[in-house]
Write a protein that binds this ligand. Structure first.
Ligand SMILES: *Cc1c(COP(=O)(O)O)cnc(C)c1O
Length: 386
């Protein structure tokens, strides 16, 4: 018992079974880096989905303090929260405005992104009641997700019948293949978007998310919209990731057990041990976004992606053993020195030593999904360099 560290009762981080450290200095450095790469364009900050799972309050405030004045959120509620931390910033709401949400837009000075005919019609009716108010127009240039039809958007620019109070402050579009710099789709969307910006001369325009910023100056327009790169994730496939890691997730080892050769591990006996082994049982599972598809075997993805997930313990990467379960994951620590791993130690699930996108690849997904799937059980700590 004397081996246990003395942790004060009220130190919830030091005693947490599962914890997340968010490096706000790395976050703001990443934003500055994106702003620099955006050249003459302003860099916004995309903080939807609780700042990609890292906490919109702290992330929003840090980015605002670093100088960000344009923000994108997905929903009006995210905008209402963000407003408290970014007093005079412009906050764009990507999902746009819907009947019943007008008050929240106006009271919190949020700018709706109008992206369909229905929203446009509703917005015109709102303007008739409320008078002048800014909006943004999202135009589809081939993604076929949200956005006004390109010909409709261009016609709208010169439509003399539109209300005088209709005042778009931004026209934007979104790239489908920005993460692949060689893809012909990028040029095609760029050319389509140039037709839109020509119709809306004098109004700010925006095309590039994180990946688009790396495509170069042609794609920058007036405002760029980095998201994942701010949080340290890979934006461009196959390129060494230049961003600083921001989030570190760690889980406690609850038990280290010795298991004989020939025995099996976890549900479905998915792994049979070939040697006498030591296993670390760790307090994170798929309910915490530690995805079951990272299991070492016994899940269908492993046929497509043979390598299972890894954690980082005592200076080494160690493999997941057997199936990941709801609250617990098993790591094989047999190759580590006998005394290197003890109950109470922490394993890094992703972070500075275990790159987020390596974890994502082992799970058959992308860093975005790992970050936004973390669930409710992480004890969060925010750190910043003085
Ligand atoms: C999410 C999103 C972004 C940010 O994308 P990243 O790839 O995370 O940089 C930018 N624009 C739109 C419209 C988005 O939905």
């Amino acid at each position: 018992m004397s081996e246990f560290l003395d942790v004060p009762e009220d130190d919830t981080f030091a005693s947490a079974g599962l914890r997340l450290t968010v490096d706000l200095t790395a976050l703001t450095e990443n934003w500055r880096d994106m702003a620099h790469r955006s050249g003459a364009a302003r860099a916004a900050a995309v903080v939807k989905a609780d700042a990609y799972g890292l906490g919109i309050e702290d992330a929003g405030e840090a980015l605002y303090t670093a100088g960000a004045r344009d923000f994108f959120v997905a929903t009006v509620d995210e905008g209402v929260t963000l407003r408290l931390y970014t007093p005079d910033a412009r906050i764009f709401v990507l999902s746009g405005i819907w009947p019943g949400t007008e008050r929240r837009f106006f009271d919190n000075d949020l700018v709706p992104v109008i992206s369909s005919d229905e929203q446009l019609a509703f917005w015109m009716a709102v303007l008739a009641d409320y008078g002048d108010y800014p909006c943004a127009l999202h135009v589809d240039t081939g993604f076929n997700r949200l956005g006004l039809h390109i010909d409709d958007a261009i016609a709208l620019a010169d439509d003399v019948s539109r209300p005088a109070s209709f005042a778009p402050v931004l026209v934007m579009s979104h790239l489908a293949c920005g993460d692949d710099p060689t893809h012909v789709m990028n040029r095609q969307q760029l050319e389509s978007f140039r037709r839109v910006t020509a119709a809306y001369e004098g109004i700010d325009s925006s095309l590039a998310a994180s990946a688009g910023i790396f495509l170069g100056e042609d794609y920058h327009f007036d405002l760029t919209r980095p998201g994942i790169a701010l949080y340290g994730g890979e934006a461009v496939c196959g390129m060494a990731n230049p961003m600083r890691p921001v989030a570190t997730a760690e889980a406690r080892i609850i038990q280290v057990r010795t298991v004989g050769a020939g025995e099996t591990v976890s549900y479905g006996r998915a792994l049979q041990l070939r040697r006498d082994s030591r296993l670390a049982i760790v307090s994170a599972g798929y309910a915490d976004g530690y995805m079951r598809s990272q299991s070492s075997g016994g899940v269908p993805l492993r046929q497509a992606v043979p390598q299972g997930g890894q954690g980082f313990i005592a200076g080494h990467k160690v493999p997941v053993a057997g199936r990941i379960t709801m609250d617990l994951t098993i790591f094989d620590v047999t190759d580590l020195p006998e005394n290197a791993v003890r109950a109470g130690d922490y394993v890094e699930l992703f972070g500075k030593n275990m790159p987020l996108d390596d974890v994502a690849r082992a799970a058959g997904t992308i860093g975005y999904e790992i970050l936004t799937s973390m669930g409710l059980r992480h004890e969060r700590r925010y750190v910043a360099e003085e």
